[in-house]
Design a protein around this ligand. Structure first.
Ligand SMILES: [Zn+2]
Length: 69
């Protein structure tokens, strides 16, 4: 999987990026609500073809995208 980050947002740490990708799996497969590892707001998951973006609803918080899972 190729991971991408949004340059308009703060860069997630390795642990946070891992948590976001993990959350994306939980949301897309199990329809769970997963809190942001940084601020605790519920994450938004968006899928586009074979890529996805998992982001905090807070625009000043973290976001990670992925391709090819
Ligand atoms: Zn957040």
């Amino acid at each position: 999987m190729v991971m991408t980050t949004n340059k308009m947002r703060p860069k997630p740490t390795e642990d946070e990026a891992f948590a976001l990708v993990n959350a994306a799996t939980r949301i897309s497969w199990h329809n769970e609500t997963v809190p942001c590892p940084r601020c605790g707001k519920y994450l938004n998951y968006k899928q586009l073809g074979n890529s996805f973006v998992i982001s905090c609803p807070d625009e000043n918080c973290i976001e990670v995208g992925g391709r090819g899972i």
